[in-house]
Design a protein around this ligand. Structure first.
Ligand code: RIB
Ligand code: CA
Length: 312
């Protein structure tokens, strides 16, 4: 029985690969809809990019919604320096032909959770948590309806990538993250601690290209583009492929290891705004509220990803 999910996303090349992985895995995943949020680039671009990605997979039937265009309390911070001005630089993709749904993404999330049987829908946020938090604020009754939130965001041992203390998705909207982490909903966190071990090395990039398919080539070109920033910054062997770890967890959770600990979000300090304070060593009596991942089988992850992209 496939798991029903809503992908909340700010594409972003890594978001795009995550969406393709989900679309390539119908046995395990049924995508009820994709909601775009402002993050890597403004909302108009993330909503356009989400549709471009669906069309790379030939899936213009997928319902894509535009959600919130700015964080709850701060002005929007974007990341064109990483993702390029379109947010999906690398391959030259055509303008999307498929429509954007009229309904606001937040209302789609609320309506879907109210309509589906309790505990049967998983939310998969891949960007700032603005849409999820807004839905919880507008309709508190939906919290108990959610099966699980599996999100990419945060960092602990790996520290920050947008400030010394904070990871981008949480930094952009820390108030939203605080609402989500205090919601009582079961949460699985894919932090930089994991995603910085999922590097697109040259052989892994070559494996995408060697698929010889349009989606395979597009993924290789996305990760080539995405990589130039991280290599310069981290001197790493390749770009960390952040968001697909969320979808890979739904398919093969055994690829990941972590701890169920307390995670709280810094929202007051300018210096450490957006920090995910994970009580990894359980030195406080704060109740555990998240499965905070710490490691992955990177070869297993890329083998799964490449095999599935090859199916498109
Ligand atoms: O910090 C990495 C996260 O920020 C990823 O989700 C990337 O797409 C950006 O949204
Ligand atoms: Ca993202």
């Amino acid at each position: 029985m496939p798991r029903k999910i809503i992908i909340d996303t700010d594409p972003g090349q890594d978001d795009a690969v995550a969406i393709l992985l989900a679309l390539a895995s119908p046995e395990e995943i049924e995508i009820l809809g994709i909601t775009a949020v402002a993050g890597n680039v403004p909302l108009a671009l993330t909503a356009r990019n989400a549709r471009k990605v669906c069309e790379v997979a030939g899936r213009s039937d997928v319902k894509v919604y535009a959600g919130c265009d700015r964080p709850l309390a701060h002005t929007l911070v974007t990341a064109e320096h990483v993702h390029g001005k379109t947010g999906l630089d690398g391959p030259d993709l055509p303008e999307p032909q498929m429509p954007l749904q009229d309904q606001h993404g937040v209302d789609f999330i609320i309506e879907t959770l109210r309509a589906e049987p309790p505990g049967t829908v998983t939310l998969c946020p891949l960007g700032p948590l603005t849409n999820i938090a807004t839905a919880l604020q507008k309709a508190p009754d939906i919290a108990e309806k959610v099966q699980e939130i599996v999100l990419m965001g945060g960092a602990y041992f790996e520290v920050g990538n947008i400030t010394p203390a904070a990871e981008f998705n949480i930094y952009v909207d820390p108030e939203a993250a605080e609402i989500v982490f205090k919601s009582g909903i079961p949460i699985v966190v894919m932090p930089l601690d994991v995603t910085h071990k999922a590097l697109v090395t040259a052989p892994r990039n070559e494996a995408f290209r060697s698929l010889g398919t349009h989606p395979g080539t597009v993924v290789a070109e996305w990760t080539d583009f995405f990589e130039r920033f991280d290599k310069e910054k981290y001197g790493s062997a390749g770009a960390p492929l952040h968001d697909p770890t969320v979808i890979a967890y739904l398919i093969r959770p055994e690829l990941f290891t972590g701890r169920h600990v307390n995670v709280e979000i810094e929202t007051q300090s300018n210096l450490t705004r957006g920090m995910t304070v994970a009580d990894w060593w359980r030195v406080t009596d704060r109740a555990p509220n998240a499965m905070f991942m710490g490691d992955l089988d990177a070869d297993g992850f890329f083998a799964l990803l490449t095999e599935r992209i090859g199916r498109l």
